[in-house]
Write a protein that binds this ligand. Structure first.
Ligand code: F6P
Length: 365
């Protein structure tokens, strides 16, 4: 009898999720003896009554590596450990449905689960593993903020998209002699901003790890204009903040989504510059989810495909409780408990910080 693997994609989507699914599928077919199923919208599919799970066959999986999003869909509102339920009086409470989830996974005959997701999803993987579930983690996020892996798929694509947008903003900034601020995603890490600033040749790059001084940013802009009819392109990470300030965002309105939704710091910076002596016209652009959509770049397709294959091999070898990682150009495995220990901030002594500084990019500090 075939063994059964259940796949879930959780949290925000990112380019490359489908390539992982196809990687798992093709590796399983080459090996033989396995059936693959997907739980729709992370673990909500299994928790639904009736369950919403689909068998992944060749027809569903062929060619999906070039497609953005996830064919089994995702959600950031389905933590089985803190599942939101509405009471009779309309109030929302959370209940722990993890035991029910594991029971249903077992009742449906699944031998193992592969959970593809970021920090939040892997914390869920860990809790389920601790309760006895045979689970393997695959890291994903455009933010590249998981410390156990040098790269997450989706990140390279997000940087490509952001750099393309940045290049377009350079030509319009130049024509109008303007200051143009471009806000990128990345949550509390400045990786997307830092890579985009170096790739695009920004004058200023503002990241969460280095608080910026508005007056220093203004000085830097004015210096460029003193040399003639200048223009300035700034990349700012959504989680950046001024000295002693706080991030720009608000609590999610979605029931069950615990994350603060960052966004809008570019508009705040525009205002800060306008009232702080910046002589030039300032415009701001918030890229938002465009960085997460569409087809993955070749690097992410390769990384995601090989992570899928590796995850399948880890199931065969029963390496449960581990997550796939990409370290020093090799695929390895790390205990999920270790993978979720630490957030991957940009360290001040990272080589890209000194590269940027020596390229004349200001961090506003
Ligand atoms: O973690 C990926 C990410 O795109 C972050 O960069 C961003 O802050 C967040 O998700 C946006 O979340 P949502 O899709 O819920 O708005």
């Amino acid at each position: 009898m075939n063994k059964k693997i259940l796949i879930a994609t959780g949290g925000g989507d990112c380019p490359g999720l489908n390539a992982v699914i196809r990687g798992i599928y093709n590796a399983a077919k080459s090996h033989g003896g396995y059936e693959l199923w997907g739980s729709l919208e992370a673990f909500n599919g299994i928790l639904s009554d009736p369950v919403e799970i689909v068998e992944l066959n060749r027809e569903k999986v062929a060619g999906i590596h070039v497609k953005g999003g996830t064919i089994i869909r995702t959600t950031n509102k389905g933590n089985p450990l803190e599942f939101p339920v509405r009471g009779a009086d309309g109030t929302i409470n959370t209940v722990d449905r993890s035991d029910e989830l594991i029971r249903k996974i077992n009742e449906h005959g699944f031998d193992a689960v592969i959970n593809i997701g970021g920090d939040g999803s892997q914390k869920i993987s860990l809790a389920l593993y601790d309760k006895g579930l045979n689970i393997i983690g695959v890291p994903k996020t455009i933010d590249n903020d998981l410390s156990a892996t040098d790269r997450t798929f989706g990140f390279a694509t997000a940087v490509e998209i952001a750099t393309d947008c940045f290049d377009r903003l350079v030509t319009t900034a130049e024509s109008h002699h303007r200051v143009i601020i471009m806000e990128v995603m990345g949550r509390n890490a400045g990786w997307i901003a830092l890579h985009t600033a170096i790739a695009g040749g920004a004058e200023i790059c503002l990241i969460p790890e280095i608080e910026y001084d508005v007056l220093k940013v203004v000085d830097r802009i004015n210096q460029r204009y003193e040399r003639g009819r200048g223009f300035v392109n700034i990349v700012i990470a959504e989680g950046a903040k001024r000295l002693g300030g706080t991030v720009v965002g608000s609590n999610s309105k979605d029931i069950g989504d615990p994350h603060v939704k960052l966004g809008g710091v570019a508009n705040l910076l525009r205002h800060q510059l306008e009232i702080s002596g910046c002589q030039a016209q300032v415009r701001s652009t918030v890229l938002g989810h465009v960085q997460r959509g569409g087809t993955p770049c070749a690097f992410d397709r390769v990384l995601a495909t090989s992570m899928g294959v590796k995850a399948f091999n880890m199931v065969v070898e029963k390496k449960y409780g581990n997550m796939v990682t990409y370290k020093n150009h090799q695929l390895e495995e790390v205990p999920i408990a270790k993978a979720v220990e630490k957030y991957n901030f940009v360290s001040h002594d990272h080589y890209l910080i000194s590269t940027a500084r020596q390229m004349g990019i200001s961090f506003g500090d």
